[in-house]
Write a protein that binds this ligand. Structure first.
Ligand code: SF4
Length: 345
């Protein structure tokens, strides 16, 4: 398969400043060495608890938060020269057009759209940067984009507050695709919306991915949403990637104990089904001082001595299904013995 992005040992540490001189005294290790290939045309879901580094991954790729170290290789779809985004300046990204090729849709469209701008100006902004169209052509382009996301030219002269939450997210999507991107980070794009509207936005995103040959990084904590829209899923814990698999493989055969705990928490609509819930003990450790060895060992019901000493690498367990666990061959048996089942939905 054709790779669009390669993340190599990617780190993002946020310094904590202290003392009279405001010098760095510690750092929050939001991302601590991520290796990940993203393939053209896929929708890669990223899940995990708050603070695990999933949104930071998306922001680091777009250089909204420049990485501390590591590489981000971007391979353009037109066969042009590959670039290491992690080493590029913001102005170099604009000059080479990469800025347009990598876009983001934020969680809350109410705050991500400028309330003082008309919709036609919000969507036209990325088009104007390209300096290719006159005023009349720009307006035609904006109407085409509104049509693509299920709105009409009647909405051109309105302000964001005149729309519902779902319509505002459609406008945010139109703005993101205006620059003809190849890759979009979707940061919890449906979590601020009513349940009835969420499905419409998911269907719109799915349609646009196929129609425009887009690649998505879909960040969410909602496992059923990610099951519906993603082709692969990456599970993160405390700044590390701990499991990566095709969606059907992850739901049918999760290997990491933490993934089992996440999957067991999915609500089941059948009240007669006696489904066990794996409740993890203890809090998530601080990213200021993550545990040695496997970062999950302080909460893992199956931890053994080696877990506190050695950090398990992310290795291929079967057919592209990767997992970081010293006991990966036996976790499903262990979960079944302790909790009664290793299958959740
Ligand atoms: Fe649990 Fe050890 Fe596997 Fe970490 S490596 S998930 S502590 S069994």
């Amino acid at each position: 398969m054709d790779k669009i992005l390669e993340l190599k040992k990617l780190k993002k540490h946020y310094p904590i400043l202290g003392g009279v001189m405001r010098r760095p005294v510690n750092s929050v290790r939001a991302l601590d060495g991520i290796d990940l290939d993203i393939y053209r045309g896929e929708c890669l879901g990223v899940v995990g608890e708050s603070g695990c580094g999933k949104t930071t991954t998306g922001k680091a790729i777009l250089r909204l938060h420049p990485p501390t170290s590591g590489d981000i290789l971007y391979h353009p779809g037109d066969g042009g020269e590959s670039h290491n985004i992690a080493k590029m300046s913001y102005s170099a990204m604009q000059r080479t057009g990469i800025r347009n090729k990598l876009q983001m849709v934020f969680q809350d469209p109410t705050t991500s759209l400028n309330p003082r701008m008309l919709i036609k100006h919000i969507i036209a902004e990325p088009l104007k940067e390209q300096k290719r169209w006159g005023a009349r052509e720009l307006e035609t382009k904006v109407v085409e984009l509104l049509d693509l996301v299920g709105l009409t030219g009647d909405h051109l002269m309105r302000y964001p507050h005149e729309f519902s939450g779902g319509q505002r997210q459609r406008i945010a999507v139109a703005r993101a695709i205006a620059a003809s991107p190849e890759f979009i980070v979707l940061d919890e794009p449906t979590s601020a919306l009513d349940v009835s509207v969420q499905a419409q936005i998911l269907n719109l995103l799915h349609k646009l991915r196929k129609q425009l040959n887009l690649t998505y990084l879909f960040v969410t904590h909602h496992l059923l949403v990610v099951k519906y829209i993603s082709t692969r899923i990456a599970v993160m814990y405390l700044g590390k990637m701990i499991e990566l698999a095709k969606t059907e493989d992850l739901f049918a055969g999760a290997l990491h104990p933490y993934t089992h705990a996440l999957l067991s928490g999915i609500p089941n609509p059948d009240p007669n089904l006696d489904k066990p819930r794996i409740v993890l003990e203890g809090d998530v450790p601080s990213p200021l001082d993550p545990p040695r060895g496997c970062r999950f060992h302080t909460r893992c019901p199956f931890a053994i001595n080696v877990c506190a000493k050695e950090d398990p690498p992310l290795v291929d367990a079967a057919d592209g299904h990767k997992v970081a666990c010293h006991r990966r061959q036996e976790t499903r048996k262990l979960v079944r013995e302790k909790f009664g089942t290793a299958d959740y939905c």
